[in-house]
Design a protein around this ligand. Structure first.
Ligand code: NAD
Length: 261
């Protein structure tokens, strides 16, 4: 389903991005990887670049080929470097890259972003998410944080709430919709990658352990990559604006508790 396709994967130096790039290559795709860090083991072509600033994104986009078949937005921060950097990479930069890459994506192609169970609260915090996703372009994120009184510890979950809301909006945005570009998200629970230690520090051991206990184990990068690539492929052609929980049943368990069934 990916043979001969050119797939852009961000966050390829580690964890889920590295496994997604490797698996895409094994499935016959040409991979162009992006990361701020040099990968130790490379899969395909690599562009070193910083997705946290408008100029970093412009430099990356200038080096891309004219035609791409999918964009997998995997790069992300845990929140341990502060809310400004986290919102910049996990949402505003991700959105800016997706919008900049859209003209190069062929008709009927796909954008898939790795969100998280941490974005579960988007409905409860809907007004805030509507306001913050309504800010167009790549804003001065420090000013957004100050203007809206956002707290440092909210950075990670907020970034994923915004990503989930934007995924649904983007699926119907003319920039993507008019050319049949599908926009979807994949939401893992805890995954054994270097970022998990940081989540333990940011969210606390109790939250992470409770999530793991509900489903029996943490996920692995190899559990998440196939879901990302399925949504990138033509097999996902009728899936648009969706969030695919890829978490061993964690969201179902939380829904049962929250909704009381
Ligand atoms: N591991 C988990 O428990 C978990 C759970 C849910 C969601 N996620 C999400 O999965 C995605 C991948 O996380 P992971 O677990 O593979 O973490 P990871 O830390 O192993 O990999 C993240 C990658 O993103 C890159 N990156 C960070 N800032 C960047 C920037 N400014 N420009 C370019 N690249 C940058 C890093 O260099 C790193 O290689 C993230 O969006 C994360 O929020 C992870």
């Amino acid at each position: 389903m990916l043979f001969g396709k050119t797939i852009l994967v961000t966050g390829v130096a580690s964890g889920i991005g590295a496994r997604t790039a490797e698996l895409a290559g094994q499935m016959g795709a040409e991979v162009i990887g992006i990361d701020v860090r040099e990968p130790v083991v490379g899969s395909g072509a690599f562009i070193k670049g910083d997705l946290s600033t408008p100029s970093g994104i412009a430099e990356i986009v200038a080096r891309l080929p004219a035609r791409l078949d999918a964009l997998a937005n995997v790069a992300g921060l845990s929140g341990n470097t502060g809310i400004v950097a986290t919102l910049a990479v996990n949402f505003y930069g991700l959105r800016a890259l997706s919008e900049a890459v859209a003209p190069r994506l062929r008709e009927g192609s796909a954008i898939v972003s790795v969100a998280s169970i941490a974005g579960y609260g988007w409905r409860a915090n809907l007004e805030r998410a509507k306001t913050l996703t309504g800010i167009e372009g790549f804003p001065d994120v420090a000013a957004v944080v100050a203007d809206h009184g956002l707290k440092n510890e909210e950075g990670y979950p907020l970034s994923k709430e915004l990503l989930l809301l934007w995924t649904m909006r983007a699926a119907h945005q003319p920039l993507f919709k008019n050319r049949g570009i599908r926009v979807n998200a994949v939401s893992p629970g805890p995954v054994e990658t270097p970022i998990l230690k940081q989540f333990r520090a940011v969210l606390g051991d109790a939250r992470v352990d409770s999530d793991i206990t509900r489903v029996g184990r943490a996920g692995t990068a190899a559990d998440i990559a196939p879901a990302v690539l399925f949504l990138c492929s033509d097999g996902g052609r009728w899936i648009n604006g969706a969030n695919l929980a890829t978490d061993g049943g964690l969201e179902a368990s939380i829904n049962a508790e929250v909704l009381g069934f």
